[in-house]
Design a protein around this ligand. Structure first.
Ligand SMILES: C[S@@+](CC[C@H](N)C(=O)[O-])C[C@H]1O[C@@H](n2cnc3c(N)ncnc32)[C@H](O)[C@@H]1O
Length: 228
């Protein structure tokens, strides 16, 4: 995936997705938030202006972390701590983890499971993961700032790679993503020990257009299941 190109491609997540996610985060009055797969920290820096608690950000791609570092510095040293790697210090420390546009980067069911399990471990009991993905049921639509070449006949073929053309005219970039359908996502979530609280479909514009993005709010049970 051309992750760096994603930084400045002029897509509409700032209006379609980010305000809703920010509101969900703020409602919980979190003491600590992690932006997992933060990219250039576009969302984390914005969130840090509103949230009273600590905001951390992590991306596995060192080039992205460098971009994030620059953005954080460029915003007058925004109150965002950039993590170099997921550490032991993450266990049970976050009230909220946000993960925007990241799940589609994962190629296999095992990779999805490992990442979701890491996030589940990182949450405090009762904490939530807010995970947003391009809507898996509408990949054949042309949205305002993205379209894909996904063949809807392959909806049940999980892990299918597809191309996404993101951005506005003249700034469009191409990235490779991987398809996970609703059933696969919910199975992976359950295997990670998380519980679905809210499912939100984000219309691509103010006139009730089809949903370009889907968000899941997933909680970590406050008590460990007893297995009975
Ligand atoms: C499409 S970008 C989205 C960036 C950012 N969340 C945003 O909304 O602007 C996806 C990012 O997820 C990162 N990523 C994918 N898998 C990851 C993982 N397992 N751990 C950390 N970062 C990951 C990629 O490096 C990439 O920067």
């Amino acid at each position: 995936m051309d992750a760096l190109g994603y930084i400045d491609c002029g897509d509409n997540r700032d209006t379609v997705l980010f305000p809703w996610v920010r509101e969900i985060v703020l409602q919980r009055k979190p003491g600590s938030v992690l932006d997992f797969g933060c990219g250039d920290a576009r969302f984390s820096v914005e969130l840090a202006r509103h949230v009273k608690g600590r905001v951390s950000a992590y991306d596995r791609d060192p080039h992205m972390r460098e971009q994030a570092r620059r953005r954080i510095a460029g915003e007058g040293n925004a109150a965002v701590s950039l993590c170099e790697e997921p550490g032991a210090g993450w266990t049970g420390v976050f009230d909220v983890v946000v993960m925007l546009g990241v799940w589609m980067c994962w190629r296999t069911h095992a990779e999805c499971g490992e990442n979701l399990a890491l996030i589940a471990r990182s949450l405090k009991p009762g904490g939530v993961l807010v995970a947003s993905v391009t809507h898996p049921c509408f990949r054949n639509r042309t949205f305002a700032t993205y379209r894909t070449d996904f063949d809807e006949d392959r909806y049940m073929a999980n892990g299918t790679p597809f191309r996404v053309y993101v951005g506005t005219a003249g700034k469009e970039i191409v990235i490779e993503d991987f398809h996970w359908n609703l059933e696969a996502m919910i199975t992976q979530v359950r295997e990670a020990g998380l519980v679905l609280d809210i499912l939100k479909e984000h219309a691509d514009g103010p006139n009730g257009e089809a949903p370009s993005w889907l968000s899941l709010v997933l909680s970590k049970p406050a008590c460990e299941p007893t297995g009975e």
